[in-house]
Design a protein around this ligand. Structure first.
Ligand SMILES: *[C@@H]1O[C@H](CO)[C@@H](O)[C@H](O)[C@H]1NC(C)=O
Length: 397
């Protein structure tokens, strides 16, 4: 008889007993909280945040850039091969707007140009072999441009003097930048490019990007890029700087393919470094090497100032998915139950007659007296109470 009883206990279904409170205050609070939670889930979580979608944030992107324009600089006419570096059309490139050239440098001995290496006697120049600004010290003090003297160095001579005023190629303001960007969302196999699919080459070459009027034109004027980034082009071209062209692809792939569009934004990236007086702006040095007919090597050193453009692509795409939908629906229903915590708090602590409700909600059962000889009626109206491991009272039939 014991085994079937045990089985019957196992197969019995337990459900919690509910206490219905006929109080319109608690009832109204309960419904209001439920409505609040439901509208939060429907409005914000589902409609605004699109929690029913699977999201792909691992965007794959390729960027090809091309700068066009002709500028005049120091008596020469420069084209894109002269002022853009590197020339491969990468996502990060520099438009050189100012140059300090040091021509015909050869390996040899010459006085150091850096003012820290002025001297009156050999003893001021320290030991030979030490590195100076543009070469290795020989330990001698030699005359320099009529001044008493400068320490002699071995290196590329004559050394660069960069404390000079060089002109700035302000025409770069009118140069255009063509950004070709293709993106892919691998999770959905979705591909798109920033070049409008129907546009002809002629249409494309005429358009200029504008955030309100031409937000999809992939050709940008460099002056506009600086302006949209909140910068003064002339100041940027003089000291150099780093400007980001950000392309954001935030796509809802449940909607039409045409509606997945890039959004451009601009920012100065080296804004923090710009405030430091020690090294404002952006510049770099490079050299080109040649040989005289007699075999001697010489070079032209360039200290270039320019605007570095970083094309940064980011984005995410979402598409309906059954798993996130189920998870969030379950979370929404579970959260509706949170309202009862608040209602219990009001019911049992703040409402008039709280003691009365408390007595009805929590039944007190005295400790079972095991030594009682007869299994007589208990405190609970003569019905037999069994304690099960789940902690809820079950009515054994
Ligand atoms: C850029 O082009 C405009 C219009 O063609 C012209 O007025 C302006 O002077 C140009 N800017 C520079 C710095 O040459």
């Amino acid at each position: 008889m014991a085994a079937p009883r045990c089985l019957a206990g196992f197969l019995a279904y337990e459900t919690a007993k509910a206490v219905v409170v006929k109080s319109w205050v608690v009832g109204a609070v309960n419904r209001a909280v439920q409505l609040l939670i439901l509208s939060y889930f429907v409005g914000w979580v589902f409609l605004h945040e699109k929690a029913y979608q699977v999201r792909d944030t691992a965007i794959e992107s390729s960027v090809v850039t091309k700068v066009k324009g002709v500028g005049r600089y120091a008596g020469r006419v420069l084209d894109t091969a002269d002022y853009v570096t590197p020339q491969q059309g990468t996502a990060v490139f520099v438009v050189v707007t100012k140059r300090i050239l040091t021509e015909n440098q050869v390996q040899g001995l010459c006085p150091e140009s850096d003012p820290r290496y002025r001297c009156a006697a050999d003893s001021d120049c320290g030991s030979s072999g030490r590195a100076a600004a543009s070469g290795v010290l020989t330990g001698r003090c030699v005359s320099y441009n009529g001044t008493p003297g400068a320490c002699e160095v071995r290196g590329w001579c004559p050394p660069e003097v960069d404390a000079v005023d060089a002109p700035v190629m302000l025409e770069a303001e009118n140069f255009t930048l063509f950004v070709k960007n293709s993106v892919r969302f691998p999770l959905f196999g979705f591909e798109k490019a920033n070049v409008p699919p129907g546009a002809t080459a002629a249409e494309l070459s005429r358009c200029r990007f504008h955030p309100a009027r031409r937000p999809l034109c992939p050709i940008l004027r460099l002056g506009d890029v600086a302006r949209f980034a909140g910068q003064d082009f002339a100041a940027l071209a003089t000291a150099g700087g780093v400007v980001a062209i950000k392309i954001a692809w935030v796509c809802d792939l449940d909607r039409a393919w045409e509606l997945c569009l890039p959004r451009y934004s601009f920012a100065r990236l080296d804004a923090g470094a710009r405030r430091s007086a020690a090294s404002p702006g952006y510049n770099f040095r490079s050299a080109k090497y040649y040989r005289w007919p007699n075999g001697t090597e010489y070079r032209t050193l360039t200290k270039a100032f320019g605007i570095r453009f970083d094309v940064l692509v980011h984005g995410s795409a979402g598409k309906f998915g059954i798993v996130p939908t189920l998870i969030n629906v379950v979370a929404a229903f579970a959260s509706v139950g949170v309202g009862s915590v608040l209602c219990d708090l009001i019911l049992l602590h703040f409402l008039k007659g709280a003691e009365h409700y408390k007595a009805r909600k929590f039944e007190e059962v005295p400790e079972a007296r095991l030594r009682e000889p007869s299994a007589g009626p208990t405190a609970l109206g003569g019905r037999e109470m069994q304690s099960t491991d789940s902690g809820t009272g079950s009515l054994g039939l």
